[in-house]
Design a protein around this ligand. Structure first.
Ligand code: MRU
Length: 345
């Protein structure tokens, strides 16, 4: 079992995803500032994992607070939430998790400080357990959509490493395999950060699920050759109308899928659905350091001074999405009604 992140007596422990697949090492954060750095530097990444990391970071920060009265503790709490909220802008799970911790804090703030500290730790641990359960339910729901036998393409890493365990898109694949389906996964390499080749391939190999890595520009050719029967990806934020923000390159895959009449599925927990953002236009897209594009394994790959873009995510319009798989059920177009209805369950 892969422990992506975990609350321990000595701090919040993360598998260092920047070192995979060649080194399996762990980082233990003892302060909330360290947790913020770990999120920003993508030692932990993936929308649901970012959300629970934020909750654990807040619980850790409050645990370390020297406040002796409610007012001072509230001031510390707000500062911690503010620092953690500025780490990565696109995955709505970060803000969902901060809001849930804020609501918890408001409900218990009149209690003795040691009790508040413990209850925030318990809440963060509960979110960790709930995430795994949601992924397993999502897997059961989505497995029905997977072919009995065939190729399934995925982009980026929406697996155990992007969550607290089991995964969203990879959870759907895992559940299908557990049901006896014969799935061969095509993992897009996912430049520039290589989540597909480094992380998706690593965790699927551990599970013994047949996997082939392709570079991103091979996806269209694989579809044309009939090797891909379905596509399943995760999401960082889904707008109320079903537009999906996910790892850069997802949009190209979705457009290619439509051209080849291949179903394009998005698997995400309900905490990734942002009913307050009407369309994909309103989703903030993180711009990351140009060095992720200009250098591979420390070696410069472009001439000095050339222009570089590095948006970490793109938006796939809802019209390209065959279905959205959640732990609460499967939504299909028209998404505005379908997602609202799911939320009422
Ligand atoms: O930049 P990352 O690695 O955090 O981006 C991750 C993705 O885009 C995932 O597909 C998404 O968060 C879903 S993870 C279950």
């Amino acid at each position: 079992m892969i422990e992506t992140l975990e609350w321990t007596d000595s701090g919040v422990r993360f598998i260092d995803q920047t070192k995979l697949p060649t080194e399996e090492t762990y980082v233990v954060c003892k302060t909330y500032e360290q947790v913020a750095d770990v999120i920003r530097d993508m030692i932990v990444r993936g929308a649901p994992a970012i959300g629970v990391s934020a909750a654990m970071g807040i619980a850790l920060g409050v645990q370390n607070s020297k406040a002796e009265n409610g007012g001072d503790l509230k001031r510390d709490f707000d500062k911690i939430c503010d620092v953690i909220g500025k780490t990565r802008p696109t995955a709505v799970n970060l803000f969902w998790a901060i809001k849930r911790m804020q609501e918890k804090f408001e409900r218990i703030r009149v209690r003795p400080i040691p009790q508040i500290k413990q209850e925030l730790i318990d809440e963060a641990k509960r979110m960790h357990a709930e995430d795994i359960a949601a992924n397993q339910a999502m897997g059961r729901n989505g497995a029905t959509l997977m072919p009995a036998s065939g190729g399934v393409l995925t982009h980026c890493n929406a697996g155990a490493l992007a969550t607290c365990g089991y995964g969203t898109a990879l959870g759907v694949i895992r559940a299908a395999v557990e049901q006896g389906k014969h799935i061969h996964v095509y993992a897009d390499e996912t430049r520039p950060f290589l989540q597909g080749s480094r992380l998706t391939a690593w965790e699927l190999m551990k599970d013994g699920i047949p996997t082939t890595v392709i570079s991103d520009n091979m996806a269209g050719a694989m579809m044309r050759q009939g090797k891909i029967n379905a596509i399943v990806v995760g999401a960082d934020r889904i707008a109320a109308n079903g537009d999906v923000a996910n790892k850069i390159g997802t949009y190209s895959v979705a457009v290619l899928a439509k051209e080849h009449s291949i179903p394009f599925y998005v698997a995400a927990p309900f905490s990734t659905i942002d009913l307050d953002t009407p369309t994909g236009e309103g989703i903030p897209i993180e711009q990351r350091n140009a060095k992720e594009v200009t250098h591979i394994a420390g070696r410069q790959m472009v001439p000095e001074g050339v222009g570089v873009e590095n948006p970490a995510f793109d938006v796939t319009p809802a019209q390209y999405v065959t279905a959205i798989i959640t732990e609460l059920g499967i939504a299909r177009a028209p998404y505005t009604e379908a997602l609202k209805k799911l939320g009422e369950r």
